[in-house]
Design a protein around this ligand. Structure first.
Ligand code: NAD
Length: 253
C-alpha cells in the first residue's frame, strides 16, 4: 500500500522541477492528484502520471489568484470528495536585480505568487481540512528565506515570509488535527535554475556548481519530492510548524 493511498492531494507548480517530481512520486504512492500550474506543460506531467498508472487531473491556473485558488481547491473536493494534502509549491525567482532598479511592481508580483499564493492555499484548504479534522499543508520556502545569500531581495523576503506564515498558521490550526510545514530547498536543478546550469556549462564550470554545501553538488527535484511526501503523509503525524532545509547541508555549514 502506498504512503498516500487514496488521499486527495493538490500540488501547485506541477508542470516542472520539484512540482513535477512530486506529482509523479505522490501518485506512485497512491495519491489522487489535482496538478496545478499556469503552464500548459502541466498536461505533460499528468500524461506521465497516467502512463505510470496513477490518478491525476491537470488544472491550468494562477496559484497567486484568489479566484483560481478557490476554484482548484473546490475542484479537488468535488472530484475526490475531500482534501487530504496540498503542497503550495509554485514560485518564481524574479532574478538578481540591483535594488536601485527594483520596482514596486517587481516586488508585488514576486510576493503575489510566492507568499500570497501559499496564504490563499492555506485560507481555502483550511475549512475542508478542519471539517475532516485531518490534513497536511506543505509550502515551498527556500534556504534564501533562512539566511542571507545571493538571491534577489523580494525572493528572499517572500520565502522568509512563507516560513513565518507556516509557523504562525501551525498555531492557528491548534487542536484541529491539521498540520503545516515548509520545505527549504537549496540549489536544485530545475527550470528555475536552468540559466545557472546553462551558464556554467558554457563556461565549463559545471563542476563548481553546488560546491558551497558539504555534499558538493546541486540537488535533484526527486530529493525535494521525497521530503514533501514525508510531510504530506501520516509518517510525519507529529511534525508540525517547521521549516526543513533540503540543501546538502548548506545552512549547516
Ligand atoms: P520550476 O521553474 O522548475 O517550477 C516552478 C513551476 O511553478 C513552473 O512550472 C511554473 O510555471 C509554476 N508557476 C510559477 N508561477 C505560477 C503561478 N502564478 N501559478 C501557477 N504556477 C506557477 O522551479 P522549481 O525549482 O521546481 O520551483 C518550485 C519551488 O521551489 C518554487 O517555489 C521555488 O521558489 C522553490 N525553490 C527552488 C529552488 C531551486 O534551486 N530550484 C531553491 C529554493 C526554492
Amino acid at each position: 500500500m502506498g504512503r498516500l493511498e487514496g488521499k486527495s492531494v493538490i500540488i501547485t507548480g506541477a508542470a516542472s522541477g520539484i512540482g513535477r517530481a512530486a506529482s509523479l512520486l505522490f501518485t506512485k504512492e497512491g495519491a489522487k492528484l489535482i496538478a496545478v500550474d499556469r503552464s500548459e506543460a502541466v498536461k505533460e506531467t499528468v500524461d506521465q502520471v497516467h502512463k505510470a498508472g496513477g490518478i491525476a487531473e491537470a488544472v491550468i491556473a494562477d496559484a497567486g489568484s484568489e479566484n483560481d485558488v478557490r476554484a482548484f481547491i473546490d475542484k479537488a473536493v468535488s472530484k475526490y470528495g475531500r482534501l487530504d494534502a496540498i503542497w503550495a509549491n509554485a514560485g518564481i525567482s524574479g532574478g538578481l536585480v540591483p535594488i536601485a532598479e527594483q520596482t514596486v511592481e517587481h516586488w508585488q508580483e514576486i510576493l503575489r505568487i510566492n507568499l500570497i499564493g501559499p496564504f490563499l492555499a492555506i485560507k481555502y484548504a483550511m475549512p475542508h481540512m478542519i471539517k475532516q479534522q485531518y490534513g497536511s499543508i506543505v509550502c515551498t520556502a527556500s534556504v534564501a528565506g533562512l539566511k542571507s545569500g545571493a538571491s534577489g531581495h523580494p525572493y528572499a523576503a517572500s520565502k522568509a515570509g512563507v516560513i513565518s506564515l507556516v509557523q504562525t498558521t501551525a498555531y492557528s490550526l491548534s487542536g484541529t488535527g491539521v498540520r503545516i510545514n515548509a520545505v527549504c530547498p537549496g540549489l536544485i536543478e530545475t527550470g528555475m535554475t536552468k540559466p545557472v546550469f546553462d551558464r556554467a556549462k558554457e563556461r565549463g564550470t559545471q563542476d563548481k556548481i553546488g560546491q558551497l554545501n558539504p555534499l558538493k553538488r546541486a540537488g535533484q527535484p526527486h530529493e525535494l519530492a521525497a521530503m514533501g511526501l514525508f510531510l504530506a503523509s501520516d509518517e510525519a503525524s507529529y511534525v508540525n510548524g517547521q521549516a526543513f532545509p533540503v540543501d546538502g547541508g548548506l545552512t549547516a555549514s
